[in-house]
Design a binder for this molecule. Structure first.
Ligand SMILES: [Zn+2]
Length: 470
């Protein structure tokens, strides 16, 4: 393997956040809508109808392109990409060929720049559903056109990725960026983000590109990683046994954990692209582009760097917080409400992030109060977790919950000392072990203490215990 270099480029299709389809007023709908419930004459390709460009889709595409540092040309147009397939009722897809909405951008991963060739707009196709009777060889195929005409942004990278890890990191970074700027929900499971890596290998040190294969049907970051690893291994085996890699499109089978040949790769000339005659070219006003540029929030890369320096956070914490805008916003709001930075980051990463999906919004002031209660020693960490769960669910203030449940931690020295003496009297063996030098016996004593008096300040109790034992 060490003599081979892996070269990966990515095409990522993303559904921008819009209410309606790319060229008609149909709702983009949801996964699981009844088949053919969001369709009209335009998106089913009836004769004599005219498409109209969805401005919200253009705006989302331009914001994405700007966030990816792309150049936006003054003129852009749509083209017809011609091919016949039953899920494509018009017999062509409206896409962009030689004048895309943007070019020449980049996305910086950790110390590694991935060049972006272009970000353009197009429309999705319908979906075929195959059913039938295997025994009697009576096949039936149905077509659902709900997806036909749904807007898609295509983000094309240069072949700058060198491993399955980098390809996955790139896709994750794109998702974070798209969510941060509000251009898409970019949910892979809902098909809103589809990554298609093209992969080739070459002898280390060579400048020539090998023959590439393109992978389809990938619906999670994990599958993306595995599919690439599998495909690289397959190509190495083919070349090392004296064979040649065929330029083709390959699918990924999640069940079998392998890639398989789908069809030989089409070349651009096969599609007979020509300008879409039913849509005028777009002239993008410089003032509008500037307005969109100014409307972009702080992007994940710069925010990660700022969180690390402004709050003296470790790089790993800053990366985790900046990965979700909601987490980073919560962190900054909690610190603003008076909580210390590092403990706030710990609470958000350890306790909030794993439960964020589908949860109600969490009041940053309440989180700040919990962090303060725990760092000041008023309540224990475990109690803090309990209060967080209750406050997040009910929206009530932590102080109210602490008072109601009588959770306040016992930090009164004489009260703690009497429990400590009780523990020493009840555990003669552990005490003898400890005094004989077995320091781990302290753990057993502390466990008994927590059982007898869960509200006791553990730091104070541990200090007292050691003082009385020595
Ligand atoms: Zn329609």
């Amino acid at each position: 393997m060490s003599t081979w270099e892996v070269v990966i480029g990515m095409e990522v299709h993303v559904q921008p956040r819009t209410r309606t389809k790319m060229f008609c007023g149909c709702a983009v709908g949801h996964l699981g809508d009844p088949p053919n419930s969001n369709i009209c004459e335009i998106c089913t390709g009836m004769p004599g109808v005219l498409p109209v460009v969805n401005k919200a889709a253009v705006e989302a595409c331009l914001k994405t392109a700007l966030a990816l540092n792309c150049e936006i040309p003054r003129h852009t147009k749509f083209d017809r990409k011609n091919y016949m397939y039953p899920d494509l009722p018009k017999g062509y897809q409206i896409s962009q060929y030689d004048l895309p909405m943007s070019r020449n951008g980049h996305l910086d991963l950790d110390g590694h720049r991935v060049r972006i060739r272009r970000v353009h707009l197009e429309e999705d196709t319908g979906k075929l559903i195959h059913a039938g009777d295997k025994l009697h060889k009576a096949w039936e195929s149905y077509v659902d056109l709900n997806r036909a005409g749904v807007p898609l942004m295509e983000i094309v990278s240069e072949p700058d990725l060198r491993s399955a890890d980098e390809a996955r990191d790139y896709a994750v970074a794109l998702r974070t960026l798209l969510r941060t700027i509000g251009a898409s929900e970019a949910d892979m499971e809902k098909g809103q983000l589809r990554a298609e890596p093209n992969i080739s290998i070459r002898r280390a040190g060579s400048d020539e590109l090998g023959v590439k294969t393109e992978l389809k049907n990938i619906n999670s970051f994990r599958a993306l990683h595995r599919a690439i690893e599998h495909e690289v291994k397959r190509q190495v085996e083919v070349l090392e046994s004296g064979g040649t890699v065929a330029q083709e499109t390959r699918g990924w089978s999640e069940a079998e954990q392998r890639t398989f040949s789908q069809r030989s790769k089409e070349f651009a000339e096969d599609y007979r692209y020509f300008p879409e005659p039913d849509l005028p070219p777009l002239e993008l006003e410089a003032a509008w582009i500037e307005e969109l540029r100014r409307s972009l929030p702080e992007l994940p890369g710069p925010r990660r760097a700022r969180l690390a320096s402004q709050y003296a956070l470790p790089a790993s914490d800053a990366t985790l917080l900046a990965a979700e805008r909601e987490l980073a916003d919560l962190f900054e709001a909690a610190v603003k409400s008076g909580a210390e930075a590092k403990p706030s980051a710990n609470w958000i990463i350890g306790e909030v992030a794993p439960k964020l999906d589908g949860a109600k919004p969490l009041d940053a002031r309440h989180l700040a109060d919990i962090v303060k209660l725990v760092t000041s020693g008023a309540i224990t960490r475990d109690q803090g977790r309990e209060v967080l769960a209750e406050s997040w669910e009910s929206g009530r203030s932590p102080e109210e919950i602490v008072a109601e449940r009588g959770l306040a931690q016992v930090s009164d020295e004489s009260a703690v000392e009497s429990v400590v003496r009780e523990v020493i009297a009840a555990n003669p063996h552990a005490v003898a072990d400890y005094r004989a030098g077995k320091k781990q016996a302290l753990g057993a004593l502390m466990a008994d203490l927590k059982k007898r008096a869960p509200q006791v300040n553990p730091k104070l109790a541990s200090d007292l215990l050691q003082r009385l034992l020595n």
